[in-house]
Design a protein around this ligand. Structure first.
Ligand SMILES: Nc1ncnc2c1ncn2[C@@H]1O[C@H](COP(=O)(O)OP(=O)(O)O)[C@@H](O)[C@H]1O
Ligand SMILES: [Mg+2]
Length: 371
């Protein structure tokens, strides 16, 4: 697939799927102003067994989120109601991905987004002013520069708020009145200063549990959201599949034609899964590193290794290089974690190497690079 930008927004990346689903969707019940029905949104995110017919062609709908199907269904229903949706969980559990996919499917736009940081202000959420116009003509709708909350309300689309708990609590609270009354007050515009939200407007927030306590959400704000906890992938086979899918997409976009090595994906999926859970497949307890052992990290370790093989080597995934990249990913959080990884190799990987040989054996033999 050829794209002229590094990472096109979801509605462009999946343009063909969305178009086919719009055709498929005729006659299904749909909330006002939604581009697709809840059924079609669900299909878009969870994939369809059979390709969808569109004109003379058929389009396969890929499964994009692997894991809890019921969670996805609940998220869609929440967005059709009058409370916001808050996705919480560990980093790298696909909260951002889900929020983008939901917005692309429901509103046809995933870029109406506030990125929460310590420096986020109310202006960046609601609206600000074009000062030249403001000074020349006084406050007017023309001089107003809409921010994502304003845009969402005006157009009747979703507003995404990423990493909401990184913004100061008083700034977060500016959402409260909008979420409960669906109206934004712009005092500068006097009598015309009320923006009523169009149907289709809602807010999807994401928050990392690792940021908990940084800027805890007020209970008043919490009451305006339905919370959904997104858990890490529950099994190794699924995690392996995600690694292969994601790396496959990255490699295709970069023009890397090397077929993917399933064994390497298995090594990584197992390592990440067992270290995250603190217990091996055989039931042995192991020490959990403090670093986030997320699927997203496993994808990036695999892709890093693949690129090294592609640009410097013969294309074959090298277990030594895999270990180097694993060290890079884990050691950025703490040195103590390295001892836990070494411990994992000295016991668990050793046993798997003895039992299964092959890639596990080469992985074990590369343990000297754990420093
Ligand atoms: N259950 C899952 N299904 C599909 N992809 C997943 C899953 N969990 C993690 N991923 C991968 O991890 C990546 C990072 O997720 P992201 O949405 O940035 O996480 P978060 O916002 O929770 O930190 C996703 O783009 C996807 O490649
Ligand atoms: Mg995120």
């Amino acid at each position: 697939m050829e794209h002229s930008v590094l990472r096109p927004q979801a509605e462009r990346r999946y343009q063909a799927e969305l178009a086919a689903l719009r055709v498929w969707d005729q006659g299904n019940r749909k909330p006002q102003n939604w581009q697709l029905s809840p059924k079609a949104v669900r299909l878009f995110i969870l994939g369809s067994r059979e390709p969808v017919r569109c004109g003379g062609e058929t389009v396969a709908i890929q499964k994009k989120y692997l894991g809890n199907d019921a969670l996805v269904e609940r998220c869609i229903i929440t967005l059709a109601g009058n409370r916001g949706l808050m996705l919480v969980g560990e980093p790298g559990t696909a909260k951002t991905m889900l929020s983008e996919l939901l917005s692309a499917a429901i509103s046809g736009c995933s870029t109406n987004t506030v990125q929460g940081t310590a420096g986020t202000t109310e202006d960046m959420i609601k609206y600000s002013w074009n000062y030249a116009l403001l000074l020349a003509n006084g406050p007017s709708r023309q001089a107003l520069v809409p921010a994502p909350l304003y845009v969402g309300m005006e157009k009747g689309i979703l507003t995404r708020f990423e990493e909401i708990t990184r913004t100061p609590a008083e700034v977060q609270d500016s959402l409260i009145s909008v979420l409960s009354d669906k109206v934004l007050n712009i005092p500068e515009l006097g009598d015309e200063g009320l923006l009523f939200a169009r149907p289709g407007f809602n807010v999807i927030g994401t928050a990392n549990t690792r940021d908990k306590g940084v800027n805890e959400m007020s209970s008043a704000l919490k009451r305006r959201f339905n919370f959904e906890t997104v858990l890490p992938v529950g099994d190794v086979a699924l995690e392996k599949q995600i690694i292969l899918n994601e790396v496959g997409a990255l490699a295709a976009a970069a023009g890397i034609t090397q077929p993917l090595d399933e064994e390497a994906a298995e090594l990584l999926a197992t390592t990440y899964h067992e270290l995250r859970e603190g217990v091996t497949a055989e039931g042995q307890r192991i020490e959990k590193p403090s670093a986030v052992m997320s699927t997203a990290e496993a994808v990036s370790v695999y892709y890093q290794t693949l690129m090294t093989a592609w640009y410097y080597g013969d294309g074959r995934m090298d277990e030594g290089c895999l270990v180097d990249n694993l060290v890079g990913a884990v050691a950025k959080e703490s040195r103590e974690d390295m001892e836990k990884i070494s411990g994992y190799f000295a016991t668990v990987v050793r046993d798997k190497a003895r039992r299964e040989g092959g890639a596990w054996k080469r992985y074990y033999e590369a343990r000297g690079r754990l420093k």
